[in-house]
Write a protein that binds this ligand. Structure first.
Ligand SMILES: Cc1ncc(COP(=O)(O)O)c(C=O)c1O
Length: 359
């Protein structure tokens, strides 16, 4: 496990000027998808296992939280207020890792299609001590947030997906980590890196990190959220804000500038909406589980992997790297002793009306 971020190794003056605390089991492994290679003759596909980024709860959020929750602690906050869909992985990750640091999460959640994954994440939110609110529209959300801020002291606010410039630093660091793995011969330099594009913090940070590290890999974001949230302009703008943040703390960080053409965004795998499964995603998920035993989720990673497969089958030249951003720690034991009766009445009522299979 690393004692400090690669970012601080390369720019030591950042240490102490940028908040950071260790939450992840990093670096995460990389390997070739051998099973897929045998069955499909798709031999130049590699995977970065951020699903194993923490034994408490992995996925892409841990890297962001190492910086943002450290900031909350440094500022003496007691609560972390954040937002997402009812089954948000970001909200669950925030809850679990906040608790490790003695902070309590307050989640303001918006509706999304209800499925067993959503129900499960909601129960886990409550099990790990989150205060959960349902906001069915932006007016309700504003009122709930105003009430929370009036009635509590010591609130640290994290935006949707944890994608603040500070949060994105987690993926600047991930880009530096990948470059070290390439340097040490663990994998070849990828021609393209595929990952799910949600709120963009992951891609924005990687864009900066890869450039700082001198890697030429092209980033391909597969959009899984509405286009007003997931788009190349927003990613490039956030990447520029990340550089400004770094340069405000250290002169040694180069003055990089990013534009939307610095990454590719694939829009065709989104399907009917956020969290709505597509046939391609279901098939990609089954395929990878069968060949390499890697489990993807249908909201984010299966859509991204389906796009990579389509490109590979159409003859894209490798090596291609798939960045697995979904948690693979099994939290089933934590579901013991918690049921839908423990959810707030408004959330329970919403689940009852919206239907969908229960757990
Ligand atoms: C599994 C998974 N992959 C990818 C993402 C997208 O990351 P970002 O919001 O930084 O674009 C998320 C965000 O919630 C996620 O839960």
């Amino acid at each position: 496990m690393r004692a400090r971020p690669w970012l601080f190794e390369e720019h030591p003056e950042l240490e102490g000027r940028i908040p950071w605390t260790s939450l992840g089991d990093l670096p995460t492994p990389v390997h070739r998808l051998e099973g897929l290679c045998e069955s499909e003759e798709l031999c130049e596909i590699w995977i970065k296992r951020d699903d194993r980024s923490s034994s408490h709860y992995g996925g892409n959020k841990v890297r962001k939280l190492e910086f943002t929750l450290a900031d909350a602690k440094r500022r003496g906050k007691r609560y972390v207020l954040t937002f997402g869909g009812l089954g948000s992985n970001h909200c669950l990750a925030t809850t679990i890792h906040s608790r490790r640091l003695g902070l309590r999460s307050i989640l303001v959640l918006h509706p999304q299609p209800i499925n067993p994954h959503v129900r499960r994440n909601l129960l886990l939110d409550v099990k790990f001590g989150a205060e959960v609110h349902l906001a069915r529209n932006s007016l309700e959300r504003a009122l709930i947030v105003a009430w929370i801020k009036l009635t509590r002291r010591g609130i640290y606010t994290l935006p949707l997906g944890g994608s603040s410039p500070l949060g994105a630093l987690g993926f600047v660091d991930a880009g530096l980590e990948l470059a070290r793995q390439v340097d040490s011969g663990e994998l070849p330099e990828p021609r393209e890196i595929y990952l799910a594009l949600g709120t963009g913090g992951t891609l924005a940070g990687l864009l900066v990190g890869l450039r700082l590290a001198g890697l030429d890999s092209r980033l391909v974001g597969v959009r899984v959220t509405p286009e007003r949230i997931g788009n190349a302009r927003r990613v490039a703008d956030l990447a520029n804000r990340v550089v400004r943040l770094l340069r405000s703390r250290s002169d040694s960080v180069p003055d990089l500038r990013f534009s939307p053409s610095d990454l590719e965004v694939i829009h065709g795998f989104y399907g009917p909406g956020y969290g709505a499964p597509t046939r391609e995603a279901v098939e990609a998920r089954e395929l990878l589980l069968g060949t390499d035993g890697v489990e993807l989720d249908l909201t984010y990673t299966a859509k991204a992997f389906a796009a990579l497969l389509a490109k590979a089958i159409a003859g894209a030249r490798g090596p291609l790297l798939f960045w697995d951003t979904f948690n693979s720690v099994d939290l089933t034991p934590h579901l013991e002793g918690v049921g839908e009766g423990d959810l707030p009445p408004r959330v329970r009522e919403f689940l009852r009306r919206e239907g969908g299979p229960s757990l």
